[in-house]
Design a protein. Structure first.
Length: 277
C-alpha cells in the first residue's frame, strides 16, 4: 500500500500538468494525497477488519468483506469530498443506497494493493481483489485491471523476476507490446483500466529501483497520480520503499490517514508469519 501512496502523492501535481521526463523533484509543496491514497487506506482497513474477525472466503465471508469495504470506503472517504473523486464515485460515496455502477475506471486498480499483501496465495489475492473492486467497479474490465495489478504485486512479493511478471501479465491480462519511451510522446489522459493499468505495469517492468519506477510512471503523462500509484504498489513489493521516501510521503497525510497507515503496518506485521515471502 505504501507504494501506492507514494506514487499518488508524487504524481498528484502532474495529473493536469503532465511532465514527460523522469527529471523532476520527487516531492514539493504542491503534492497532496488524493482519493488514490484515501481509498487504498480504506480498502486496507476493510481487509484488516475481515481477517481480524477470523473470517474466510466462504460465500458468507465474501459478503461480509463486500459490506466491510462499502462501509469503510464511505466512512473514511466522506470527510474528503475535494480529494479528486470522479463524478459517479462521488455520487456513490454520498448516496443513501450505494450500489455497484459497472465502472471500468482505473480507481479499481489504484486502491487494491492491500489484497496482494493480505493473501497467502495468488488465488486468495485475486479473490480478495475481485470482492473489494466489485463494490463499485463491477465491469469485467474494472475487475481485470484490479486483478492484474494484484497479481503483479503478489508475484513481486514472492520474489518473481520482472520477466516472470511480464510473462504472467501477457498470458493472462494484457499484451505489453510497447515501451514507455515509445508511447510517452503521444500518450493521452485516460482513466480506464484498459489504457492505464498496462502502462503502469510496463513502467514498473522497465524500472531499476523504486524511485525510478515512480519517475517512469509520472513521465508517461496522462492520469499521473493513478498511474504512479499502480506502478508504485508493484514496485514496493519488488524493491521495498526507501525509509526517507516513506517518511516524506507519510508527512502529507493528515492525522486520521496517518493513523490508518500505522494500523495497516501493524496488521501486516501481525500477518507476516502466515504470508508468503
Amino acid at each position: 500500500m505504501l507504494g501506492a501512496i507514494v506514487g499518488d502523492i508524487v504524481g498528484s501535481r502532474y495529473e493536469f500538468a503532465n511532465h514527460r521526463s523522469v527529471k523532476f523533484p520527487l516531492f514539493d509543496d504542491d503534492c497532496f494525497a488524493t482519493d488514490d491514497s484515501i481509498m487504498s487506506l480504506a480498502v486496507g482497513k476493510a481487509i484488516t477488519e475481515f481477517y481480524k474477525q477470523g473470517l474466510e472466503l466462504s460465500e458468507k465471508g465474501k459478503q461480509t468483506l463486500f459490506d466491510l469495504t462499502v462501509h469503510y470506503m464511505r466512512k473514511i472517504g466522506q470527510p474528503y469530498p475535494d480529494c479528486g473523486y470522479g463524478g459517479r464515485f462521488l455520487r456513490w460515496m454520498y448516496c443513501t443506497n450505494p450500489q455497484p455502477y459497472n465502472s471500468f475506471g482505473n480507481g479499481s486498480a489504484m486502491r487494491v494493493s492491500s489484497a496482494a499483501w493480505a493473501a497467502s496465495t495468488l488465488e486468495e489475492a485475486l479473490e480478495l481483489a475481485k470482492i473489494v473492486t466489485a463494490v463499485t467497479h463491477d465491469h469485467p474490465e474494472g475487475i481485470r485491471g484490479a486483478q492484474a495489478t494484484t497479481a503483479a504485486i503478489f508475484m513481486a512479493r514472492q520474489g518473481k523476476s520482472q520477466d516472470d511478471i511480464r510473462k504472467y501479465i501477457n498470458d493472462n491480462y494484457y499484451k505489453l507490446n510497447f515501451t514507455v519511451e515509445e508511447i510517452r510522446p503521444h500518450y493521452q489522459f485516460n482513466e480506464t483500466c484498459m489504457e492505464t493499468v498496462p502502462q503502469a505495469i510496463e513502467a514498473f517492468l522497465e524500472s531499476s529501483d523504486f524511485e525510478n519506477a515512480i519517475r517512469l510512471a509520472v513521465s508517461l503523462g496522462g492520469d499521473s497520480d493513478t498511474i504512479a500509484a499502480i506502478t508504485g504498489s508493484i514496485a514496493e513489493a519488488f524493491y521495498g520503499v526507501p525509509p526517507e521516501i516513506e517518511k516524506k510521503a507519510i508527512s502529507y497525510l493528515d492525522s486520521n490517514l496517518a493513523k490508518l497507515y500505522q494500523e495497516w503496518k501493524a496488521f501486516q506485521a501481525s500477518r507476516a508469519p502466515y504470508l508468503v515471502k
